[in-house]
Design a protein around this ligand. Structure first.
Ligand SMILES: Nc1nc2c(ncn2[C@@H]2O[C@H](COP(=O)(O)OP(=O)(O)O)[C@@H](O)[C@H]2O)c(=O)[nH]1
Ligand SMILES: [Mg+2]
Length: 290
């Protein structure tokens, strides 16, 4: 089947064609990427925050909620540790068991380890592919709070930052610069002590800056409490031009970094640098010469 046939089959609703198309895109196949990028993408929500705060559980709740109101939902789980069959994927699948059995919800894990080239750029194409194949909404769950995560959530239309009741969680997200990208903040594990206090701390932190209107909600993914209100807040997200600029900066810089780092000359330059053969200026020159 040609790449274009795959796109057509995926558009007709073939999940197999969609899966193959996504694999091609994930592997960086330019023809596949080009064949979907012109499509209009449906709304995508990036779900980010420190590990263990309950992103997978919450993604599951949200996917189920959207599906229950008649939407078809695509879920991309960005998973740096998993070469597709690894442990964390299995864990996520188990936590996503409620969504997993629902045919209005399509879940796809995107392994990023050992991938050459730009995941954020490919993510855009993956979102397009899911849109072409009839999804009404796309959820993108990231794994942590690093630079890669910022690049990833910058590719989505809106950003849901998930925090936990521990003070450390919030500090992690703040440090990573994720707080300034968030359209909605939730403190998950609302069933545990400290969550209301954590939310109050975040609210007072945000009140001083440009993101003072960003809603901060307490939810419990485990007990499915507060999900209605969360979806209400997600539905009401308004575009913010100042955040769009920050996002575009992250999009572009992470794409550039990924592009440069995936060059062959980059690895060579690193070795030469480590062994003292060249200066950092020479290393830069070599990489950009390629
Ligand atoms: N008490 C409580 N635990 C939760 C809640 N949501 C998730 N968890 C637990 O937190 C752990 C991590 O959840 P997971 O969704 O994998 O977190 P992720 O790493 O952010 O994706 C799991 O053991 C969940 O059962 C919640 O609302 N309340
Ligand atoms: Mg997870």
């Amino acid at each position: 089947m040609s790449k274009l046939d795959l796109v057509n089959e995926a558009a007709k609703g073939s999940r197999r064609a969609l899966a193959r198309l996504l694999t091609h895109i994930q592997q960086g196949d330019q023809e596949s990427i080009d064949s979907v990028l012109s499509a209009t993408s449906v709304q995508s929500i990036g779900i980010t925050g420190p590990p263990g705060v309950g992103k997978s559980c919450l993604t599951d709740c949200l996917a189920k909620f959207f599906a229950d109101r008649g939407e078809r939902v695509g879920v991309l789980c960005i998973d740096p540790s998993s070469p597709i069959s690894g442990g964390s994927l299995l864990g996520d699948r188990m936590r996503m068991e409620q969504s997993g059995v629902d045919d209005r919800i399509y879940i796809r894990s995107v392994a990023t380890r050992n991938s050459h080239g730009s995941i954020p750029l490919r993510l855009k194409a993956m979102i397009s592919a899911l849109s072409i194949s009839g999804m009404d909404r796309i959820l993108v769950e990231t794994v942590g709070v690093g630079q890669t995560e910022i690049g990833i959530v910058s590719m989505t239309d809106s950003v849901l930052l998930v925090d936990g009741p521990d003070r450390g969680d919030i500090i992690q997200a703040e440090k990573a610069g994720l707080l300034e990208l968030a359209d909605v903040v939730v403190v998950n594990k609302g069933d545990l002590p400290g969550s209301e206090q954590a939310a109050a701390n975040i609210r007072s932190g945000l009140a001083l800056g440009p993101a003072s209107n960003v809603p901060v909600l307490v939810v419990s993914a485990l007990n499915r409490i507060g999900i209605n209100e969360l979806v209400g807040a997600l539905d009401e997200i308004q575009p913010r031009p100042s955040v769009e600029i920050v996002k575009c900066r992250h999009r572009l810089s992470s794409a550039i970094i990924d592009e440069v780092v995936s060059k062959k000359s980059f690895d060579v330059a690193v070795t030469d640098l480590a062994e003292g053969r060249i200066s950092i200026e020479q290393a830069i020159e070599r990489v950009f010469q390629e």
